[in-house]
Design a protein around this ligand. Structure first.
Ligand SMILES: [Zn+2]
Length: 481
């Protein structure tokens, strides 16, 4: 491991960020579409029917996706909310927007710096009404991702309570209908798949068994925290029940999404509508030994659904690697906003071929050691930054990443990926730009602080044994290839 890391570092030199040619969508730029970005918290792509899941968690999403551009290999730029959404809202990678968890100390968070422009600001300047309907406490106004939104409808949440997706959709539709002559950029965030999983009626019991759960079999908070902190593992029955409840939360999202589509359909519209369906990150169910999110950058946390329908995005299926910053570039182009020089790497569109190497970089872990990761068509290179330890994983045809590559073959395959990472990022070090001086030493609002505590985010986890959990071959799936 260490010799691999050393040889990689010696083999690669620093360089300027690399840009590749981006495809151009054939759209009428004189018509600014309404842009509706549906952002589901904590939704793994592979738990949707459209991405091959065996359970019918998403009948409405699946039906809508039939006429949409479906991206099979889409990635968020971090594995937890604040850092990931900052990339989605700015079109920049975490080391560029410097928003998230400061690597210098536990419990230190960096709000969006004033010098980083937002997509909402740019679309508002281009004539859009901008509104966001948000339910995650890590998106509280204190983190400043509301900049550029003239209407920021934020409701804080805990793991037990949050505004429902149905109510969020209703609020968004009402706001969109208030000034139908002006194009809108609306972000509709749904919190349901975030832990703890408490699916409402009538979805509770669709996939999970025994409701009400037998005495003693309820998954309580202390049990879940023990899983989050690697102190315990679930029984097979507990794991199955947990995933079934998570899947029922997806059903809740699916119903709310259909209500949103119905509402959009019912509007008097004299312009096209672009609807984007994606997530800020996924959820780990012990794919690499851990549970929940924020602690790694592996595919179960960074691969997200990305389904786009509207001008420039017709029916199609794409297996190329794309990312949230690619999506932002396309949103800007459709809105008539010029691309930021050097700010984006690539764009997506259903029309064109995809030139150049397709990569996605993810950064900024919330728990455990600092990490950075890069994935291409075939492999993921994951770097634990505090010790400069790397691991290489093969990306399977279904986009899972359970097969570790070892030995000389790993060294040879990892070198070009490491070179791409250095060209994009400058180095593989922890985020020096996110220092104590630039970040809040505490969450300013006591209420926000208490909500984060209720979410479990202020628990100081032990040094997570990620090299045991994710760095070593795991049972069954791993091989030396
Ligand atoms: Zn999230």
């Amino acid at each position: 491991m260490n010799s691999l890391a050393l040889s990689l570092i010696l083999a690669c030199s620093r360089g300027a960020p690399e840009r590749s040619a981006e495809p151009e969508a054939s759209v009428d730029e004189a018509t600014q579409p309404d842009i509706v970005l549906v952002l589901v918290d904590t939704l793994r792509a592979d738990h949707l029917g459209v991405y091959g899941y065996e359970r019918p968690t998403s009948p409405h999403i699946d039906a809508w996706a039939q006429g949409a551009s479906v991206f099979d290999r889409a990635y968020a730029h971090s594995g937890w909310t604040l850092a990931s959404v900052a990339s989605l809202f700015t079109g920049r990678l975490p080391h560029q927007h410097r928003t998230g968890h400061a690597p210098v100390a536990d419990g230190l968070y960096c709000p969006l710096p004033d010098d980083v422009p937002t997509v909402a600001e740019q679309l508002r300047a281009a004539g859009y009404r901008t509104g966001a309907f948000i339910n995650n406490t890590f998106l509280a106004p204190e983190f400043r991702l509301n900049r550029g939104f003239e209407h920021w409808d934020w409701v804080g949440s805990s793991n037990l309570e949050h505004r429902s997706a149905a109510d969020t959709v209703a609020a968004a539709l009402q706001w969109m209908g208030e000034a139908p002559d002006t194009p809108v950029y609306a972000v509709v965030h749904m919190m349901e798949p975030h832990a703890f999983y408490n699916p409402p009626e009538p979805f509770l019991g669709t996939f999970s068994d025994a409701h009400p759960l037998p005495e003693g079999q309820v998954i309580d908070r202390s049990t879940i925290v023990s899983w989050q902190t690697y102190e315990a593992l679930p029984t097979p029955e507990q794991r199955d029940r947990l995933i079934a409840l998570y899947d029922e939360e997806i059903l809740t999202v699916d119903a709310a999404f259909q209500a949103l589509l119905d509402g959009l359909e019912a509007r008097p519209a004299d312009r096209p509508t672009l609807v984007v369906f994606t997530a800020d990150h996924g959820e780990e169910f012990w794919d690499h030994g851990g549970y929940e999110h924020g602690h790694t950058l592996m595919g179960e946390l960074t691969r997200v659904p990305l389904i786009v329908k509207g001008p420039g995005f017709g029916a199609g299926r794409f297996s190329t690697v794309v990312s949230h910053t690619d999506l932002v570039r396309s949103i800007r182009r459709l809105a008539g906003v010029a691309a930021e020089p050097g700010g984006d790497l690539q764009g997506i569109a259903a029309a064109g071929s995809y030139a150049g190497p397709r990569l996605s970089v993810s950064e900024n872990t919330l728990y455990g050691p600092p990490r950075v990761s890069i994935v291409d068509d075939g492999y993921r290179l994951d770097i634990r930054q505090d010790k400069q330890v790397v691991s290489l994983w093969k990306v399977a045809a279904d986009a899972s990443e359970t097969q570790r590559v070892l030995g000389d073959q790993a060294n040879a395959l990892a070198r070009p990926l490491f070179g791409q990472l250095i060209r994009i990022r400058g180095d593989a070090e922890p985020l020096a730009s996110m220092t104590a001086a630039a970040c809040s030493t505490e969450i300013p609002d006591p209420e926000v602080f208490s909500q984060l505590e209720a979410l479990g985010y202020l628990d100081v986890r032990p040094e997570v044994p990620l090299d045991q959990a994710g760095g070593e071959p795991t049972g069954g799936g791993a091989s030396a290839e």
